[in-house]
Design a protein around this ligand. Structure first.
Ligand code: 23J
Ligand code: MN
Length: 263
């Protein structure tokens, strides 16, 4: 069967180096940048803590292990539909009810790095997405769409990553019409290299936080704080991003990986 042959070919490529595994996740720890929301609007996610239980000592002579304090939406993470009020009623919209098949899918990588370097408030429009498709090919149902900005290169410092001033955070993201367009194309999810799936200034848009509002309203997913999107081709890579199976979870840190054919 063709399916069997395809998987055998993949096995051969994995073992023979014909496919490269690109790590799309940042280190998760006390220095991970975290979202800051206006205090009059919301409570923030807590600082990440890693607590030692033992390290080959009196608390465990032959083993080392830790326990963690970590919010679901911390570091490189997955947004489930249940995260947003618009997606709250999907029976398969939480981390423990999303079908596992949705955690492995082809990925379209839109390079917005030059425009984001020129303008930290750069907003990707539906017209931009259509122009990308004209060059690289159509976005197909079931595929991820991710925005490459090279913003992950700032994630070593919360200050440069959030890029906030008196008018709030400044980081690139999508317009509502770009998000509606990829939803209509059947995209399974939308991912970015920034702290969240929305632009820094998205709270003030006509639809506040359109990536969250519209994607989750349509039972689609989000990925935030992705890394290394500059190492992916525009098309042809496979994204693996599986959230922890947290009971009724709204999201989860993930080890996001891309399978990239070696050229
Ligand atoms: C809560 C409120 C606003 C936003 C977010 C969370 C995220 O970005 C997130 O991590 O889902 S913008
Ligand atoms: Mn999130």
């Amino acid at each position: 069967m063709a399916e069997t042959q395809g998987l055998a070919a993949l096995a051969e490529m994995l073992l023979g180096g014909g496919v490269e595994i690109v790590d799309l996740s940042a280190v998760l720890g006390p220095n991970t940048p975290l979202l800051k929301l206006p205090p009059e609007l919301a409570v923030d996610t807590p600082k990440i803590e890693i607590h030692k239980i033992s390290e080959y000592d009196k608390n465990g002579p032959w083993w080392a292990w830790n326990w963690l304090k970590v919010g679901e939406h911390s570091g490189t993470h997955f947004d489930a539909p249940h995260h947003w009020i618009t997606g709250k009623d999907f029976p398969d919209g939480a981390t423990d009810s999303i079908p596992a098949k949705n955690f492995v899918a082809p990925v379209n990588v839109l390079d917005c790095s030059a425009k984001s370097a020129a303008d930290p408030d750069y907003l990707l429009t539906a017209e931009d997405v259509k122009a990308w498709e004209a060059e690289h090919g159509e976005i197909k149902p079931g595929e991820w769409v991710v925005m490459r900005t090279d913003w992950y290169k700032r994630n070593g410092s919360e200050e440069t990553f959030l890029n906030a001033d008196a008018t709030g955070p400044h980081s690139p993201g999508p317009t509502p019409d770009a998000i509606q367009y990829i939803i209509d194309k059947g995209a399974i999810g939308w991912g970015t290299e920034c702290i969240g799936t929305d632009a820094g200034q998205a709270g003030g848009m006509e639809i506040p936080f359109p990536a969250h509002n519209l994607m989750h309203k349509n039972n689609r997913y989000g990925l935030a704080s992705l890394c290394n999107l500059d190492k992916l081709p525009p098309k042809g890579a496979i994204l693996i991003a599986a959230p922890l199976k947290i009971e009724h979870g709204t999201g989860s840190p993930v080890r996001a990986l891309a399978l990239v054919p070696r050229s």
